[in-house]
Design a protein around this ligand. Structure first.
Ligand code: GTP
Ligand code: MG
Length: 216
């Protein structure tokens, strides 16, 4: 990892030190699972990526949260999320079994630009992405969406509902984010498992339509 990045961070409180290694019965995949799909959860700083992976994962999620310190002042753009005390420095990882056969592996990316070099590896083998958006800070999503388009990674956009966030008509939101008409745009609450599951189902349906040739 970039040494400038690690200098500014102290170990955070969310590390689970002393967790015994080895498989746990509740982590086992159902025997019927036939396909595993890698999905990446992206978005600007503090839009709720770690929250989404944590609320939907059926295994204890892996997180790499670190406490934000004074050293990040002037480096990290915390405008609009001043109360945030920790941030993802490498990735989040979780798993959800969407139906008897289909398992999704979820990889959450770090939101801060100084960690975006990690994207290259996190996207290896990914079939699609969820872009989380906070309407209080739409501009942090522009680069994220641009990077996905450059990579040709199919994505859906999920608007994470924060209190006091402006509610825009769908057409305006699409225009502001410069979204292609075919890209699904949905609401979600990253804290709710069912809501996040619906977002992932939307992505799976979208990937399916992209892979299915239109009848002539
Ligand atoms: N009200 C509300 N708060 C949320 C929601 N999703 C996340 N939060 C809160 O927003 C804060 C940021 O969430 P994170 O999940 O850490 O955001 P992140 O995108 O992973 O942040 P970085 O990794 O630092 O980019 C946390 O305090 C969450 O509890 C939501 O849907 N509604
Ligand atoms: Mg995070």
């Amino acid at each position: 990892m970039d040494s400038r990045g690690s200098e500014t961070l102290l170990p955070g409180p969310r590390h689970e030190v002393g967790t015994p290694p080895g498989p746990r019965a509740e982590d086992a995949l159902p025997a019927s699972a036939a396909s595993a799909v890698k999905v990446v959860v992206v978005g600007g700083f503090g839009v709720g990526k770690t929250t989404l992976v944590g609320s939907v994962s059926e295994i204890r999620p892996l997180t790499t949260e670190e406490t934000m310190t004074q050293a990040g002042v002037g480096v990290d753009d915390t405008a609009g999320v001043e109360r945030k005390t920790s941030t993802t420095v490498a990735m989040d990882f979780g798993r959800i079994t969407l139906n008897e056969q289909l398992v999704l592996y979820l990889f959450g990316t770090p939101g801060q630009e100084r960690f975006w070099f990690l994207w290259n590896r996190l996207f290896d083998g990914a079939l699609g992405a969820v872009v989380l958006v906070d309407t209080r800070r739409l501009e942090v999503s522009f680069d994220v969406i641009g990077r996905l388009e450059e990579r040709g990674v199919p994505f859906v956009v999920a608007v994470n509902a924060f209190p006091g966030a402006p509610v825009h008509p769908v057409a305006e939101l699409r225009a502001a984010l410069d979204l292609d008409a075919s890209v699904p745009l949905v609401d979600c609450d990253a804290r709710l498992r069912t809501s996040c599951r619906d977002v992932l189902l939307t992505l799976m349906r979208y990937l399916y339509t992209l892979a299915t040739p239109e009848p002539q």
